[in-house]
Unconditional design. Structure first.
Length: 148
């Protein structure tokens, strides 16, 4: 099967239905790091904010941010678990991650998408911090993500 960088219609429905993903990055030595994230998808890019949920360090000092600044590679896993294993599925997005500044037009659109998906973001100052944007380069899907 040829490598592809766009989601099928079924995969888009799958990622829009689910609410959390796992963001994988690696530091300059290739040491992996994985965190759960909220996300929005605009049909081309995936966005995840540096939001106001409690964190141990300021947003720009988060390990995921430092990793993206060191290496722009990232993976985003949107997965579904169920005790009925016929309902298992995932979409895995390998891509280029970058930080987009609030002055970037894509940032404004991404904030609107994030606020539409998550009511908690309506009261957070997302427009004041950079967002992580992932440009898909390789898509893999399995299970119910192929037949939603």
């Amino acid at each position: 099967m040829a490598q592809r960088n766009t989601l099928t219609t079924t995969e888009k429905v799958f990622v829009e239905k689910l609410r959390v993903a796992r963001l994988g990055t690696a530091d300059e030595n290739g040491t992996p790091y994985l965190v759960p994230v909220c996300y929005a998808f605009d049909g081309t890019y995936f966005y995840t904010p540096l939001d106001e949920k409690p964190k141990r360090v300021p947003g720009m000092k988060l390990r995921r941010v430092r990793n993206i600044e060191a290496r722009h590679e990232a993976a985003l896993l949107v997965d579904q678990y169920a005790d009925d294993w016929s309902q298992l599925g995932y979409v895995l997005i390998h891509g280029r991650a970058e930080l987009i500044d609030p002055a970037d037009e894509r940032h404004r659109r991404a904030v609107a998408l994030l606020r539409e998906r998550y009511v908690q973001y309506k009261s957070m100052a997302l427009e004041q911090s950079p967002l992580i944007m992932i440009t898909p380069q390789r898509i893999t899907a399995w299970g119910t993500a192929l037949s939603s």
